[in-house]
Design a protein around this ligand. Structure first.
Ligand code: URA
Length: 254
């Protein structure tokens, strides 16, 4: 990456509200910006930089002392993408900040937008049932408040459309910081938007589900989005989602 490109990237991060950037001194190809590619990053040798620092090889926008309150504070009254225009509440995330398991959905719907809490509508109730029902059946002591739940985008897309690439990229930086901060044992990506944001893949859920992938070093399972499962004809998909969840819960809590 040349100086101009590096400067543009630094300015982009600054616009996201990131107060500090860090350079990872890696033997990585100079064009690699791992945050955008879902690639695995080797252990970082970290050094703070400013917009004046020349040509970093790999950028991470996660400060060492990051925290969920700090990320929320950095988001502020976010207007970084067009989704803010239709927002009632920014829907940041809910649950245990030290959760061993994080569920990532697509983006808030109407109920979530109204309450500022992810997965509280019909799909959310199903998700709660899936987590608690599967855990109980498997003899695992886990309730919804024990996990952390958030979305790729934090503002409701109009008419519940899928988030667009620029919206996912802008908001995805905050999702990545949430995940880096929580450091869960595993991530469960609900649906194709979450899979796309975290794995950088174009493959659909049917192809990805049921087996382990990785986001950085964290094992990641893709499964169906609960909204998809609410459709009456998805009996087979429901069965598969329960199987996926069983795998995740046993991996994390056994
Ligand atoms: N669907 C999502 O992807 N996220 C929510 O928070 C609610 C519904």
């Amino acid at each position: 990456m040349d100086r101009d490109e590096a400067r543009r990237k630094l300015e982009f991060y600054r616009d996201l509200g990131i107060r500090e950037l860090h350079v990872r001194s890696l033997p990585a190809p100079p064009e690699t910006v791992t945050e955008f590619e879902g690639a695995e990053a080797p252990a970082p040798a970290v050094k703070a930089v400013s917009a004046e620092t020349p040509v970093p090889a790999v950028l991470s926008m996660t400060p060492d002392d990051d925290s969920l309150p700090r990320i929320l504070d950095d988001m502020g009254n976010c207007t970084r993408c067009k989704l803010h225009r239709g927002r009632t509440n920014l829907v940041f995330g809910v649950g245990n900040p030290q959760a061993k398991l994080v569920f990532v959905g697509e983006g808030p719907g109407a109920d979530e937008d109204a309450q500022g809490i992810p997965f509280v509508g019909r799909a959310g109730q199903l998700l709660t049932q899936m987590i608690e029902g599967t855990a109980a059946k498997e003899g695992i002591q886990v309730q919804r408040p024990d996990v952390y739940i958030c979305n790729v985008v934090k503002c409701r897309p109009p008419e519940n459309r899928a988030p667009e690439p620029d919206e996912m990229q802008t908001c995805g930086q905050f999702l990545f910081r949430q995940l880096m901060t929580i450091q869960p044992r595993a991530i469960c990506a609900l649906g194709s938007t979450a899979a796309k944001a975290l794995l950088g893949t174009k493959d659909g859920v049917m192809k990805l589900r049921g087996r382990w992938h990785k986001w950085r070093d964290v094992p990641l399972m893709v499964t169906y989005h609960p909204s998809y499962l609410l459709r009456a004809y998805n009996v087979q998909a429901k069965r598969e989602a329960w199987e996926d969840l069983k795998k995740v819960l046993h991996y994390v809590y056994d």
